[in-house]
Design a protein around this ligand. Structure first.
Ligand code: SF4
Length: 368
């Protein structure tokens, strides 16, 4: 007698056909759909809709452009070995051009890109990794004899959607750090008339790319974003508000030196330069390497790489956030976070926490 998976294998359509062909069970597939609903901030009831969409969707075409980059986001993509299904969902995209991983080279490779733009105008997804240099007519980054800005204008300008991956593509990143010798900028700034979704991070978390693709397959469009084009499901809340060390922060228990007793006890890394209070991202929730860990859990402060221009604005990495005179350390951090929150229109939690902490501080002062 045939089991359920066998029946599914024979009847599967869309990208789901590739998934079952890899031996993924129906149960694991549905678990993946539930996990994606959670990452996207949707209720569990959306898991069925996601499953249905992946089963029926056309295999989308994707082209991946690399400009001034270190290929760190490509590495993140390729290292997505677990959860396996996430990798497979990315696999089942028809990746028609990706200079690091594609078999063809030279003119043949460039022809693949030309063919996509010509034959699938308005129907493909363009992912861009790396910044775009504008100085001296863009000569500092050329591929196949064309400048990055020239390629981006044509490829992104004719795409159904453009996703900028990593901090270099979203705001210039390290190439744009002062003195920015090549005049590097992010894709959104370079192409103001193109709709660009920004997945910041150095590198971006591949879970967020997977969830974006799943959102696209399920709802036929890109997710809602904040004022700088980042999806709210991934960048709507501060790292500080979901950090497992937060209770130590609230209790005033700070690591003072690497390897001290507080560090061994997992206390807050704020005084060691942690930028979690002014960084928006879902690192503490989604984590990395199959949800194993994330930098703060591993004992290092957040360096704020999810924030635009982090290389200039978040350094020195090991110096604590500036202290505003007249406030305690906790209120200072939350005031800064609240300022950033106002920009992203998600400041309610920050104010609530600031009030609670202020109350605690007042009580402490009364006692003293
Ligand atoms: S300052 Fe950093 S380590 Fe401390 S609670 Fe906030 S995010 Fe976590």
């Amino acid at each position: 007698m045939r089991d359920e998976d066998e029946i599914v294998r024979e009847s599967a359509g869309g990208p789901y056909r590739q998934i079952v062909a890899r031996g993924v069970s129906r149960r694991d597939f549905l678990k993946f759909c539930s996990a994606m609903a959670a990452v996207l901030g949707l209720s569990g009831t959306f898991a069925g809709k996601i499953a249905e969409a992946i089963e029926k969707a056309e295999r989308p075409i994707l082209v991946w452009l690399e400009f001034q980059d270190c290929a760190g986001n490509t590495e993140a993509l390729l290292r997505a070995t677990k959860p396996t299904i996430a990798e497979i969902v990315l696999d089942v995209l028809s990746v028609d051009y990706h200079e690091t991983i594609m078999a063809p080279a030279g003119k043949q490779a460039e022809k693949s890109l030309e063919d996509v733009v010509k034959n699938h105008k308005g129907k493909y997804i363009a992912c861009v990794e790396g910044s775009i240099p504008l100085k001296d007519n863009g000569v500092y980054c050329c591929v196949g004899g064309r400048s990055a800005i020239d390629i981006a204008k044509e490829v992104c300008g004719n795409a159904l959607a453009t996703i900028a991956v990593g901090t270099c593509a979203t705001s210039g990143g390290i190439p744009a750090a002062a003195p920015n010798p090549t005049g590097a900028i992010g894709v959104k700034q370079a192409l103001p008339n193109v709709t660009v979704l920004n997945l910041t991070g150095c590198p971006m978390n591949v879970e967020n790319l997977t969830a974006t693709v799943v959102h696209f397959l399920t709802f036929g469009g890109l997710p809602a974003t904040d004022s700088i084009g980042r999806p709210l499901f991934a960048y709507g809340e501060r790292i500080h508000d979901h950090c497992e060390r937060r209770a130590h922060y609230d209790a005033g228990q700070f690591v003072k030196q690497w390897g001290d007793e507080g560090h061994r006890q997992g206390w807050c890394l704020y005084e060691m330069g942690c930028k979690g209070p002014e960084t928006f991202g879902n690192c503490p929730v989604v984590k990395y390497n199959e949800g194993t860990s994330w930098p703060v859990q591993a004992g290092h402060g957040c360096i704020g790489c999810f924030q635009p221009e982090f290389w200039d604005k978040m350094t020195p990495f090991y110096r604590r956030l500036p202290k505003v005179p007249g406030f305690g350390v906790e209120v200072t951090a939350d005031k800064i976070g609240a300022g950033v929150a106002a920009v992203a229109a998600v400041g309610v939690a920050a104010h609530r926490i600031a009030r609670a902490i202020r109350g605690k501080q007042d009580k402490k002062e009364d006692t003293e």
